[in-house]
Design a protein around this ligand. Structure first.
Ligand code: HEM
Length: 408
């Protein structure tokens, strides 16, 4: 039974069929060992198991070691900069990571995010300014791709003109996290190193010059000066914010527009009552989320529901499957913004590593929806105007989404 499932979740051409594939696993095996050529991990599909495991202190965010263990010493030497980055960023103790989260959390709390609302509206206006409203407008290329990176640049306090650089580097960092082969790791390395150098240089400059701007880089400079964290930790954290804040939000907004056009009655509801948008967005994250799996590494051997987890093994927890678990959600395969169970979705993860940018992402999506729906309530999607990109582990992203605004 397990062999075909291995092939199914790893082959990008199966990503569009993720609902059936995960349902099949959930109903049959629930948890199994994925023994692929380049990737081996336990795969967990039940919502309650995922919650329990994400709270389990015997699991930690993965270090690089299990993934490069099979590489030759020469290959490992060539990857020295990545290994160093991983040791600083991923190899730290739980306490250290917790301290760093605490030190930066005020930037992403609801109050701070609300203060950014007005600025996000201005950014949307600027991105929209040169569009021909009588031609198709690509929601991804015009808004959802550039907007989150721009907003992040402002929160961090790095020049917006560098946005194209950190979008490029974010892709390298994402590729690094998703690398399975030596060649993939090697290809991602230069971008990751440049990104870390860039972040370090900005923190150092701020330490020297100061600005009093009270942005995230200011905070990092203060933490460095106080000796609370090393430069490597702060630069890695800075790079993580740039990456995490950009890609996921962009894909989330694409999914939200897709769901809106696929469900015309619900489109009508949010168009006429913006206060319903948060419910709608919760259901988007449940029904059509962005992050298919989060992965942990086993710190000590233990048995979980008949599975023998061994030290150093990886465990991939399927958030997509959890969000359609019939034991936790009603009408799992129907998109319904009034599904009262939707708010229990795991689209932003769970536990200590719960997404730090959740309020920001929801605010950006809501502002964009309100901006377009208030001006162009008659907009329609363009037939054939959607492109997607499929990747291993059931990833499927909307990379183009054309709409006609149909001005009155
Ligand atoms: C809709 C958009 C987003 C989705 C679906 C999303 C999803 C997630 C998920 C599932 C995790 C958990 C990872 C794990 O458990 O290993 C996570 C963590 C994280 N997210 Fe997001 N995210 C989004 C937007 C953002 C934004 C805008 C930021 C910007 C600040 C951000 C920053 C982070 C950070 C820093 C972490 C790591 C948390 C930690 O380890 O302490 N995310 N995100």
């Amino acid at each position: 039974m397990s062999q075909p499932l291995h092939a199914e979740i790893f082959d990008p051409k199966n990503s569009p069929d993720y609902v059936n594939i995960l349902e099949n696993i959930r109903h049959n095996e629930e948890t199994f060992y994925f023994d692929g050529e380049h990737y081996q991990a336990w795969v967990v599909t039940k919502h309650d198991d995922i919650i329990e495991l994400l709270r389990d202190e015997r699991l930690i965010q993965p270090s690089l070691l299990p993934r490069i263990a099979s590489f030759t010493p020469e290959q490992q030497e060539q990857l020295a900069p990545l290994i160093e980055f991983a040791q600083v960023n991923l190899g730290k103790t739980r306490e250290r990571k917790h301290a760093l989260r605490q030190a930066t959390k005020q930037f992403f709390m609801p109050g701070s995010v609300n203060r950014l609302r007005e600025r996000v509206r201005e950014i949307i206006e600027v991105l929209f300014a040169e569009k021909d409203i009588n031609q198709p407008v690509d929601i991804v290329g015009t808004f959802s791709f550039p907007m989150p990176a721009w907003v992040l640049a402002e929160i961090l306090g790095v020049p917006r003109e560098d946005q194209h650089l950190f979008i490029k580097w974010s892709e390298a960092l994402i590729n690094f996290y998703r690398s399975y082969t030596f060649e993939e790791f090697l290809a991602s390395q230069p971008g990751v190193v440049e990104m870390l150098d860039y972040c370090s240089a900005h923190i150092e400059k701020r330490l020297r010059d100061g600005t009093g701007d009270n942005d995230l880089i200011d905070d990092f400079a203060r933490l460095l000066d106080a000796g609370e964290f090393e430069m490597g930790e702060l630069a890695a954290s800075c790079a993580t914010f740039l990456m995490a804040g950009h890609e996921n939000t962009s894909h989330f907004i694409g999914n939200a527009f897709n769901m809106m056009f696929q469900n015309p009655e619900q489109f009508e509801i949010i168009k006429n009552d913006f206060s319903q948008i948060p419910k709608f967005l919760d259901e988007v994250l449940r029904y059509n989320g962005v992050v298919p799996f989060v992965t942990r590494e086993v710190l000590e051997d233990f048995e979980y529901k008949g599975c023998e987890f061994k030290t150093g093994q990886l465990i991939s927890l399927s958030l997509f499957s959890a969000n359609r678990d019939e034991d936790n959600f009603s009408n799992v395969n129907q998109f319904d913004m009034y599904n009262d169970t939707a708010k229990y979705h795991l689209g932003f993860g769970h536990g200590e590593e719960y997404c730090r940018g959740s309020h920001l992402a929801l605010m950006e999506a809501r502002e964009l929806l309100e901006f377009l729906l208030s001006r162009y309530p008659n907009m329609e999607r363009v037939e054939g105007g959607m492109e997607t990109l499929c990747q291993p582990m059931l990833r499927r992203y909307i990379t183009r989404f054309d709409v006609m605004l149909n001005p009155a």
